[in-house]
Design a protein around this ligand. Structure first.
Ligand code: SIN
Length: 327
């Protein structure tokens, strides 16, 4: 059997409540991973599993410090010849961000799978045990090699770059809207139908060695009558980058155009993403005509991650634009 390490960070998969009908008022990040694994008997037949409790948090409290530790630990483990894959248990609320961050900084072709649950472990019918079983199935599969960091819940396989949480409560919440799943897991077999096409993991130029904190990047949400006070406040506070969750194709009012132009002239890199949820944000001409970076189809929260990593290398908007077309 292959050797899989489960790194646990908390979330609803480790959630608990005194009421088995409780699907909302439970506490996330309570049950230790060793106990969760011990209670899933079939796991013992598919891999030699070791567990490490990295954190025990609601994923709203995930932070860069834990990200750096997680990435370092995964890279160290996957460097070992006796580790075949890593599974990370995580709260679902920010799972897509951690997954995309790891997709850009893990240096291995071996499978890395993020998994969580929508129902706490104490629910009448929790989804966590089956999700975790499937995540390990994926981690031992040679089909999962070289596909970047994967997210698996509810029998589906998603690319970390495209996946997002689409529903606040349903188990069927993780999707790559319009682009689709990479595949399914049925009866303990992964079925892949697509490949991620953007650079990731072993081909990524990003590394976290020597970095203790990211350049600060904030997200500004676009809306009617936006007067730019939040963008100006962020620039005054010293951010190095801003992502605008813009209108439609990353569009903005003349007021926001002027505000962001002034901010970028002060050395803050501005990225135009969209609040539309789907589709490509394209450039509006040359850098002389449109000085801002277009986010391609990255969501604002993922554009923030790529911009933070990009800013560890350069603050040249043209070079950062190339990175957005690449990752
Ligand atoms: C969390 O993200 O930690 C809580 C919600 C969840 O895991 O579903």
């Amino acid at each position: 059997m292959k050797n899989i390490v489960i790194l646990a960070t908390g979330g609803t998969i480790a959630g608990a409540s005194s009421d088995p009908t409780d699907m909302v008022g439970y506490y996330a990040g309570i049950v230790p991973i060793a106990e969760i694994v011990e209670n899933i008997e079939p796991l013992k037949n598919i891999a030699n599993i070791t567990t490490e409790q990295i954190a025990q948090i609601d994923s709203a409290d995930m932070d860069h410090k834990i990200w750096f530790y997680l990435a370092e630990r995964i890279n160290a483990l996957l460097n070992q010849s006796d580790v075949d894959g890593v599974v990370v248990t995580h709260g679902t609320d920010t799972m897509e961000e951690t997954a995309y961050f790891l997709n850009l900084v893990v240096k291995s072709q071996k499978p890395v799978v993020l998994v969580g649950a929508m129902r706490p472990s104490t629910a009448i019918s929790p989804d966590g045990p089956m999700n975790l079983y499937n995540a390990v199935i994926l981690a031992v599969s040679s089909d999962a090699w070289g596909k970047g960091v994967l997210v698996s819940l509810n029998d589906t396989i998603n690319s970390s770059r495209e996946v997002t949480k689409t529903n606040t409560a349903l188990q069927d919440t993780f999707k790559a809207p319009e682009l689709g799943y990479l595949g399914y897991i049925v009866d303990a077999h992964p079925h892949f139908y697509r490949m991620p096409t953007r650079k990731h993991t072993y081909l990524s130029e990003f590394a976290i060695e020597g970095i203790t904190e990211f350049p600060q990047v904030e997200i500004i949400y676009g809306h009617v009558n936006d007067n730019g006070i939040l963008a100006k406040a962020a620039a005054d506070a010293g951010v190095k980058g801003l992502v605008y969750a813009g209108l439609g194709n990353g569009n903005m009012s003349q007021t926001m155009q002027d505000t962001f132009q002034k901010i970028q002239d002060q050395g803050v890199v501005v990225v135009r993403s969209t609040r539309a949820g789907n589709g490509v944000v394209t450039r509006n001409g040359s850098f002389a005509e449109d000085p801002f970076v277009a986010a391609d189809n990255l969501s604002p929260q993922k554009a923030r991650i790529l911009l933070m990593l990009a800013l560890t290398k350069t603050n040249n908007a043209r070079e950062i634009q190339e990175l957005f077309w690449t990752y």
